[in-house]
Ligand binder design. Structure first.
Ligand SMILES: [Zn+2]
Length: 456
């Protein structure tokens, strides 16, 4: 088939297809982009998701509404096989929470409990605060923190490096008898906005309540300690974990015309934290993937392989959606050409990261080289690069078993400024960025679906 030969030429030699019937992939890319910028469907979908449904934590009625809404939108777009696949998800609720500084001076601190935390006893708990800057400092204090609240005031040094304090701080402090643990928000920037996120208890240790303070609040307490002042805090948290709740992944397809059993999967996660509107995390990924499917269908493009969208549930506090999908679709994992995820916000895509866990280094290098052929071909209008790297949390259960993962990596210049905060709202998202990203994802998914490329 002529189209196939064109694509293979693009992939192997980075040469532009000379065109001719039916259409070059470069021409398809331009049409997808023009349609995305004409309709701005991703932007209006995101406005609805944010304004009329709102944030969507696992177990919440808003997530249930979003699952129904996404199916309605995908059906209205004319996609095939639109359905929900049931998943049981953790159901954590925040309840009322507050932090009141009693000594050395009365002051109310903004906080957000961490996902999975237990609550305080009814009426709250009052204790002295000890500020540490690392796990090493805590270890040196040891039993001296018994009966106290430990605050990890750790400056942001990149998300991956700093988030360990949010995940493990509570159990590290509980080991020495602390009654609660606070962490400085994992963010480079703060406008007195605390950042929530998941935490993990060590099952061998007592579970103590844990919450994030703002950078302003955390550094305030550190200065008080450095002046030798006694710091006393009243912490109140109504958090609790309820029985698992029913939820679902949302799935839809453009069926392949020649090799329908071979699947290019694109995805984002529908759930969010219970603050703000979950606009960039990951409302943006959700609507980019939905719009990519809609654009392909609207332009009448019929892929040789199936392109499937999955909108995941429970990325934020359990990953049950990704785990359930892997288990339910185990028989077809061998036919997954790639599992793509967009979960790094709404800013313009910069690169796609190929995540091959079971391939030897030479095989990875040659797989990457074949993708790089697209940079000067159909992906040229988007100026993206292809690299080796990580893919996404939801696809990771499959990727660990050898499915090729691909992460859509966005510029993310302000991603961690508003990540998991009340400020993750629709107004921060740029309309043209969404259209650009949807067209880029549609083009890439279509190029993979038209090719015979298989990653090792
Ligand atoms: Zn996310």
């Amino acid at each position: 088939m002529k189209l196939t030969r064109c694509l293979l030429a693009l992939i192997s030699a980075a040469s532009l297809c000379a065109g001719g019937p039916p259409e070059s992939l470069a021409g398809t890319a331009e049409r997808l982009k023009a349609e995305a910028f004409r309709t701005h469907g991703a932007y209006s979908d995101l406005a609805w998701l944010c304004d009329r449904i709102g944030h969507r934590l696992s177990g919440s009625p808003q997530l249930d509404q979003a699952i129904v809404w996404a199916q309605d939108r995908l059906k209205a777009a004319g996609l095939a096989n639109v359905h929900a696949e049931p998943v049981l998800v953790p159901h954590w609720v925040r309840g009322r929470e507050s932090a009141e500084l009693l000594l050395p001076t009365p002051h109310r601190l903004n906080l957000l409990g961490l996902g999975g935390s237990v609550g305080t006893p009814a009426g709250g708990l009052t204790a002295d605060v000890v500020v540490v800057g690392s796990f090493d400092e805590l270890d040196k204090l040891g039993g001296a923190v018994k009966g106290k609240i430990v605050l990890f005031d750790v400056p942001y040094a990149g998300y991956g490096r700093t988030v360990v304090y949010r995940h493990a701080g509570a159990s590290k402090a509980a080991k020495y008898g602390a009654v609660a643990a606070l962490v400085r928000s994992v963010s480079p920037v703060s406008l007195d906005t605390p950042h929530t996120g998941m935490m993990d208890y060590d099952p061998a240790l007592p579970k103590i309540p844990t919450a994030a303070l703002t950078i302003e609040g955390s550094t305030l307490l550190r200065r008080m300690q450095e002046r030798g002042e006694r710091i006393q805090l009243k912490l109140e948290m109504g958090a609790e974990t309820l029985p698992d709740a029913p939820s679902a992944n949302v799935v839809a397809e453009l069926r392949g015309t020649e090799k329908p059993q071979e699947i290019v999967l694109i995805s984002g996660h529908l759930d969010s934290w219970d603050v703000g509107q979950g606009a960039q995390d990951d409302g943006a990924g959700t609507v980019i993937a939905m719009e990519a499917m809609r654009l392909l269908h609207t332009l009448g493009l019929q892929p040789r392989r199936t392109i499937r969208i999955v909108l995941w549930t429970n990325e934020e506090n359990g990953l049950r959606g990704g785990l359930a999908y892997r288990d339910a679709h185990r028989a077809e994992l061998k036919d997954l050409v790639a599992a793509l995820e967009t979960d790094s916000g709404s800013e313009r895509v910069k690169s796609f990261h190929l995540d091959l866990r079971k391939a030897p280094p030479e095989a990875k290098a040659s797989a990457l080289a074949s993708l790089k052929g697209l940079e000067g071909g159909p992906m040229e209008p988007f100026a993206v690069t292809f690299q080796l790297g990580g893919s996404g949390a939801d696809v990771s259960p499959m990727v660990r078993e050898g499915v090729p993962g691909i992460g859509m990596e966005h510029a993310a210049t302000h991603y961690f400024d508003i990540h998991h905060t009340q400020a993750d709202t629709f107004d921060k998202v740029d309309r043209d960025d969404l259209a650009f990203n949807a067209a880029a994802l549609a083009t890439f998914a279509y190029a993979l679906a038209q090719s015979d490329l298989r990653f090792p």
